[in-house]
Structures are given as C-alpha cells and as structure tokens.
Write a protein that binds this ligand. Structure first.
Ligand SMILES: Cc1cc2nc3c(=O)[nH]c(=O)nc-3n(C[C@H](O)[C@H](O)[C@H](O)COP(=O)(O)OP(=O)(O)OC[C@H]3O[C@@H](n4cnc5c(N)ncnc54)[C@H](O)[C@@H]3O)c2cc1C
Ligand SMILES: Cc1cc2nc3c(=O)[nH]c(=O)nc-3n(C[C@H](O)[C@H](O)[C@H](O)COP(=O)(O)O)c2cc1C
Length: 764
C-alpha cells in the first residue's frame, strides 16, 4: 500500500510508524512544510492512561517518550492568595520538539520517507509527484488544514472561534506541579495553565477574557510587550525567570482565540482527515495530541484489517468519532468554565478549586476521593463547616443541613414535584398520603407535593390535586402532619395554574392531549394553543388576572394553615405563569407583554400577593424553565435576569428546571442536563438554587453541591423507583449517622452490613 501523509505533526508521524510496524512493505511518505526541528509551542501533556495506549501500540516509542518526560501528580490552584493542592492526577509532560524528534527518528529507522520543507498545495494532490500514486492521502495538516478547506463542500467543516484570548509561552521556571494561577490585574483577571515538560522548561499558557485583554492594551501590543506585561503580573510565580515565545511562525499577534474544529465527515475518496484537521479539543483539557495520536492508532489498525480501503476508513471514522465527541464535550464544558470565570470569582478558594477540578464533568467527587482522599476530606470538612454542621465526621455534602428563613433541612436531597393524577375532585387521598409519606420516611430532606392547583379550572387533568376548598386543606393537613410527626423531612407545596396546558388527560392516557369529553375552558397570556389538538385559550383580561391572583393567595393561606414548610410557585413548563414569562406564548400588546419586564409583571404580582399572605418565617421558591430550548425563547441570560427580579421581591430559592414550554423545543438531554442553568443562576444572580433533571446518583449530588452549582438537588424519577433513595445512598457511602425511622432500625443494620460486605468484596 502507498500512503502519503501531509503533515509531520504527532498524528502524521505516529501513523507512519504504525503502518510500517504493521507491514514493512507499505510505502509511507510524510511531507512536512517545516524543517525537522522547527516547532511551535512548548510542551504537551499526556495522562497515564494515554501512555498505556501508546505502550500497547509501539513499545519502543513509548519507552523513548518515558525517558524524556516530566511526571507529576499534583495540581496547584492559586487563587486569592491561597494555594489549593489536589494530588493523584498522574500526568506527564514532554516537549513537543522532543516528541517530534523521537517520532521522526523512529519513522526514519523504519523506512518512512520523510520530506521536510515541502508545502503541499491542495490543488496539486493529483499531480504532485509525492502524492500522485498514493492509494491513500492522509490530511494530518493541523488545525488550519488547507486540504480540509480546499474540499470544504465534502468534509463540511464546522469551525467555532471561542471568546477568550490565550498565548502559548515557555519559561525556565521548573514548576513542581501542574499550576493554575489566577491573577487579578488592574485590567481584569488573567490566568495561567503551566506545567514542566523537561528538566528545566515549563509551558506557560496565559488566558484572559477579550475585555481584560483589550483593557490591558494587548490588542495593540507586540509579543515582547505582552511578555513584559505578563512577566510583571506573574513575577511572584516566575522565580526571576523570563517568559519566552517561539511563535515567530505566527503572522500578527501571538495571542490567539481557540478554534473548535468539527467536520461532517472525515473522508473524501482516498483522502482522510486525522488529528487537528479533523477535530480539536480545548487546550485546557490537554488532549489535542492524545487525540491525534490515538487517531493514528485507530487508523493504522483498521487499515491493517484487510477489509478494503473504503471500509477501513469508514470504521476508523465510526470508532473515533464517538471518543472524539466525548472529549470535545468535556472540552466544551472546560472552555465554557474559563469563559464564565467571572461567575466563580466570588467563591472561596476551596470551592473555586473544586469547581475548576470538576469543570469538564469527567472528574467526579468519588474520582477525586480516589485520587487524593485527604484533599477530598478537606473539601467535605469545609463544606460541612460552611453549612453550619458541628459533628467532626459530618459526612458528604448531601448530608449537610440547609436553612432558608425559619426552615432547616436535615440534608440536601429533595423529592421533586411529581403529578400523580390520582386526586378525586382535587382532594389528595390515601394514595398521596402513602406516596409522600413513604418518601418522607425514605430520608429526603424535603418532599414536594405535585403541582397543586389553585382552582378547579386551573387543573392540568381531572386527576390533579387542588387547594381551592376546605376539603383540600383537610386532606393536605393529614399528609403534612404525618410527615412532621413520623419523619425528619420538611414538606413543600407547589402551587400552580395550568393555563393553556389545562384540560388534558392523566399522564398515562396521553400526556398533554385534550380530554376526549368534558373539557373546560382555558385561559392564558395569549390565545395560542399548546398544540394542534389543544384548545385555543382565551386571552386573560385584567379581571381574570385579579381572580387568578386571589386564587393563588387563597391557596397560599390554606397551605399555611395546613402547615407546609415551603411554598413554591410553579412558573415553569408552559403552565399559566410560565406562559406569561416566555415570549413564545406571550404575544400581548399591553403592559403584560413585550419586554421581559412586562412579561414578568403578572407573575410578580402573583408572587408579591402570595409572599404577603405566606408567613414571613417560611421560605418561598419559584420554579423556572431556565431555557425554552427553542428559537426566540428564554435562555440562560434571561433566566439570570428573571431570578434576580424574584430575589429582589423576596424569593428564597429558584428551582431550576427547563423546557416543556413549547412543542417546538429541542432539549439537549444527558446526565445532569439542567444543572448548568442552576450553576449559572446561583453564581450570577446570587440566589440559592435547586438543581434537577437526570441527577441519579450520590456522586453527582455531592459534586454539584461541593462545586456550588446548586444548594439542593431534586430527584423525581429516581424517587419513583426507590422511596428510600436517601437511606440507601447513605449506606452506600458508609454514612452510618443517617437516621432511619425507629421502627426500621433492624433493616438499617442489615442493609449497612450487606453494603459493607459488597464494598469489601470489590467488583465481581
Ligand atoms: C496553546 C495550546 C496548547 C496545547 N497544549 C496541548 C497539550 O498540553 N497536550 C496536548 O495533547 N495537546 C496540546 N495542544 C494541541 C496540540 O498542539 C495539537 O492537538 C496536536 O499538535 C495535533 O497534532 P496534529 O499532528 O494533528 O497537528 P499538528 O501538530 O498541528 O501538525 C500538523 C503539521 O502539518 C504541517 N502542515 C500543515 N499544512 C501543511 C501543508 N500544506 N503541507 C505540508 N505540511 C503541512 C504543519 O507544519 C504541522 O507540522 C495544544 C494546542 C495549543 C494551541
Ligand atoms: C411523573 C412525573 C410527574 C411530574 N409532575 C411535575 C409537577 O407536578 N410539577 C413540576 O414542577 N414538575 C413535575 N415533573 C418534573 C419533575 O419534577 C422533574 O423536574 C423532572 O422529572 C426531571 O427530574 P428527574 O430527571 O429526576 O426525573 C414531573 C415528573 C414526573 C416524572
């Protein structure tokens, strides 16, 4: 086979080696525009796991790399005069130049034809003497791939330029750990990602927001002036060493914006993309070279299977695309964390560092414990102390108390509101007593009722519970009393009005579909039906608004008498109040439509009236859809603005949900998929939040809480499969202090013993 590889970076050279190792008869050519030891950048990092992959692919190259790298375990985070150290990260750094030298030497010895100082013009792919007879042309020509650009119609590249500025420098300061150094300058924050990659040289990447960079005048500064500025600002960390640039190859400024590269396909006939030309991953997760070299491993393997070129290329792309997407998604989280740094600057160093370490969502709470148990114990102690816990071994973040006004929760786990569609004429019956009672006994700190409706015609379905009659009050009081007498849980009521999503069937008979008969009239912000089958609601008049506001107030008074500990107004999921907030269903021309201020006017009027009627020592929450997941709808920034307004009106907690406001929504599901909205609202609007949405294990909960992404975590579906979710999570974590109901003690001991034995036995 004749293979021509354009680009002698890590991807191209490594592939050439692996092809020759697979079959020395292959004719492999690498064409590189630079000279052998011209190189940009300083060092690159590989994790221990990546090194194992290299060992399997080519032991000799792996050995040479391990001879020249610097290994470290610690990450030091410098922030506001403190240094937080977390160990066990297992990375090695190597100079890019040394890596290329090793790869070039190995390729040469194996008989790869190397051509340096030769730039390939994509227009000559068919005629160039080094390429013409090739069975396969590999475009390993880097992030600015000319081959990809020349055949853009076929590859379908998607290039996304990110917001922050960065510069890739080196220094002879031999850092003894991977360093993140955050520095507030007179112009804003600048920060460093630094690591040693050989005896006496370290990579020193400096990043900042575009604004800070401009304010510091760096848009007009030469590389030397930029270096002088950074040497001054980071003097305390440089130990008298200079910063160095080797970006002479770059035209213009040495400051760059990261470009995220993706492609619709990586294949075009006999041409295939590999490494940075196919995909990039932000430097803050240090995986670009790893991905490039692992591409080479996969491509080499598939080409060696004897399945024909087309099939081999297809299988290579299929295999790598998945892994690349996983890493790009982690890299996107990491990129966004650094782009949103302003959000986290108010955090104390311990929490700031934890948020940084877990930013990509690849490293979890338990992961950190495995890496460095004493670091994690410090984080947990800090969290417990910040939560007011007094016990020496207070347990993980989910077991810490949380106080809002006069209500203190025993822990941070919440049973999310869930409609049971099992009420008769709005009366919560035995089903509700058993359902909510069981979950309160099951250890959650707070249990929410389902959306409880403020009027008969405010219900979603005929099976929805209400609070518009004294019979409702009595029914709820029985449940509240049980929870208070028999468990440590507090209980919250969620009040709502269905608006245009009312008069539908119970969940299991056709979610959001109108009743076959007996429909009642609907009202909403605007006369827009929720779906083609749904009724067109009447646009609410001022009189309607007053009536509905008063219905909310009457329900709140009854809820107070019933003894509920917290009252939530349901302003999410497209129901009446949510329907005012989102512009997708509010097209009013009066003072209740148009601007966000106008759209919030009626929901706020309801909030204020309820707040005035609800006892001052009991907290209130508001559930929001933080995004409509639809064109022209609410998104993160609006959600922060909305949360700020409710905070100013005395709201204590935002329950951060998303979507369900329009049938046109395109939600992006995944683990903890709504938590980023909670993170943003909590840390930008400065209000307590509850995260919800596909949070399924205690590791996720502890991570969300410790990082300050939320104050509480609500679980809905997990509580349907296991009412005792919290009790079991406590036993799984070896947290014996978790109280169980007295009559259940025998079960506690047995369960804990079994969990201990399972843990000791280890994985099967
Ligand atoms: C600031 C920064 C820090 C980084 N840190 C890390 C890190 O710590 N760890 C990590 O793993 N990765 C890191 N990376 C990413 C890493 O540099 C790349 O992902 C990696 O080099 C990709 O390898 P490659 O072989 O695909 O491309 P490249 O290394 O870019 O190689 C492409 C080669 O093709 C040559 N070429 C281009 N066009 C032509 C042409 N027309 N004709 C002939 N030759 C051509 C180029 O000269 C170049 O040598 C970092 C990147 C940046 C920007
Ligand atoms: C059966 C069921 C009923 C629900 N009813 C309500 C409700 O009445 N009010 C509400 O705000 N959310 C309701 N939700 C949404 C949940 O509170 C929660 O936000 C959602 O299920 C995502 O959390 P999960 O991934 O833990 O299930 C309901 C969810 C389920 C599964």
């Amino acid at each position: 086979m004749r293979v021509a590889i354009v680009g002698g970076g890590p991807a191209g050279l490594y592939l050439s080696i692996l092809l020759k190792l697979a079959d020395s008869r292959h004719h492999v050519t690498v064409i590189e525009r630079n000279r052998p030891d011209d190189t940009f950048g300083w060092g690159v990092v590989f994790s221990d796991q990546t090194m194992e992959n290299f060992a399997d692919a080519d032991a000799a190259t792996h050995r040479r790399i391990t001879e020249s790298f610097a290994h470290w375990d610690d990450i030091d985070i410098h922030f506001k005069g403190e240094v937080v150290t977390s160990s066990g990260h297992g990375f090695c750094g190597i100079s890019r130049k040394a890596l290329l030298g090793i790869l070039q030497g190995r390729a040469q010895r194996l008989g790869v034809e190397l051509h340096f100082s030769t730039e390939i013009d994509p227009a000559t792919l068919d005629s160039h003497k080094l390429l013409a007879g090739a069975d396969l042309i590999v475009a390993a020509d880097g992030i600015n791939s000319r081959i990809r650009a020349a055949f853009a119609d076929d590859f379908g590249p998607d290039l996304e330029t990110r917001r922050n500025r960065f510069i890739w420098l080196g220094t002879h300061q031999p850092f003894d750990a991977f360093k993140f150094i955050f520095k507030e300058t007179g112009f804003g924050w600048f920060w460093v990602h630094a690591y040693r990659f050989d005896k006496d040289t370290s990579t020193f990447i400096v990043e900042s927001s575009e604004d800070a960079w401009r304010r510091a005048g760096l848009d007009k500064a030469s590389t030397d002036q930029s270096i002088a500025f950074l040497e001054r600002e980071f003097r305390d960390h440089l130990g008298g060493h200079r910063l160095m640039s080797n970006a002479a190859h770059l035209r213009g400024s040495a400051w760059l914006n990261f470009v995220r590269v993706g492609n619709r396909t990586w294949r075009r006939g006999r041409i295939v993309l590999m490494g940075d030309s196919a995909h990039t991953a932000h430097f803050s997760i240090g995986s670009g070279t790893k991905l490039a070299m692992e591409d080479a491993i996969a491509l080499g393997r598939h080409l060696g299977r004897g399945v024909g070129l087309d099939r081999a290329l297809e299988d290579y792309e299929d295999e790598r695309r998945l892994e690349v997407l996983r890493l790009q998604s982690a890299a996107r989280n990491s990129t966004e964390w650094f782009e949103s740094l302003h959000r986290y600057l108010h955090l104390e160093p311990t929490q700031f560092a934890y948020s940084l370490l877990t930013r990509s969502q690849r490293v979890s709470h338990e992961n950190l414990r495995k890496r460095d148990a004493s670091y994690l114990t410090n984080v947990e102690r800090w969290f417990a102390a910040a939560s007011g816990a007094t016990a020496a071994d207070a347990g993980s973040p989910m077991f810490q108390p949380f106080t809002l006004r006069g209500m203190t929760l025993a822990n941070r786990v919440v049973v999310s509101p869930m409609a049971m569609y099992s009420a008769v004429d709005g009366v919560a019956g035995d089903f509700h007593l058993v359902h909510l009672g069981a979950r309160a006994l099951g250890g959650a700190g707070l249990v929410y009722t389902e959306m409880t409706c403020v009027a008969a015609d405010a219900r979603i379905t005929p099976g929805c519970a209400g609070m518009y009659d004294d019979a409702h009050l009595a029914a709820w009081k029985r449940i509240v009393d049980f929870v208070h007498q028999s468990s440590r849980a507090r209980i919250a009521i969620q009040l709502g009005h269905a608006g245009r999503k009312g008069s539908t069937r119970v969940g299991w008979e056709g979610y959001d579909e109108p009743l076959p008969a007996g429909n009642w009239k609907l009202i909403a912000a605007s006369p827009i039906a929720y779906g083609p089958q749904n009724q067109v609601p009447a646009e609410m008049t001022r009189a309607d608004m007053e009536r509905v506001r008063d219905q909310f107030v009457a329900a709140a008074r009854r809820a107070a008498s019933a003894g509920f500990d917290l009252l939530e107004l349901h302003m999410a999921h497209g129901y009446l109040l949510s329907g005012f907030i989102t512009p997708l269903s509010n097209r009013r021309g009066d003072e209740y439509g148009g601007s966000l201020e106008n759209r919030l006017r009626f929901p706020l009027e309801v909030f204020d009236a309820v707040r005035a009627a609800w006892p001052a020592d009991r907290p209130m929450s508001v559930r929001l859809s933080a995004t409509d997941w639809a064109e022209g709808g609410i998104d993160g920034e609006d959600a922060v603005a909305i949360a700020r307004v409710f905070k100013a009106h005395g709201c204590d907690l935002i329950d951060v949900s998303a979507g369900q406001t329009t049938r046109a929504a395109k939600p992006v599901y995944g683990r903890m998929f709504q938590t980023p909205y909670s993170d943003r609202i909590r840390n930008e609007a400065g209000i307590a939040t509850m995260a919800v949405g596909n949070i399924t294990d205690y590791d996720q909960i502890n991570g969300i809480l410790a990082a300050g992404r939320a104050d509480l975590c609500a679980l809905a579906r997990p509580h349907l499969s296991d009412p005792n979710w919290t009790l079991r999570a406590a036993a799984d974590q070896g947290y014996a202090q978790q109280p169980w109901p007295d009559p259940y003690q025998a079960g506690k001991e047995q369960w804990e013993r079994q969990r201990r034995r399972t843990a000791e036995a280890g994985p099967i």
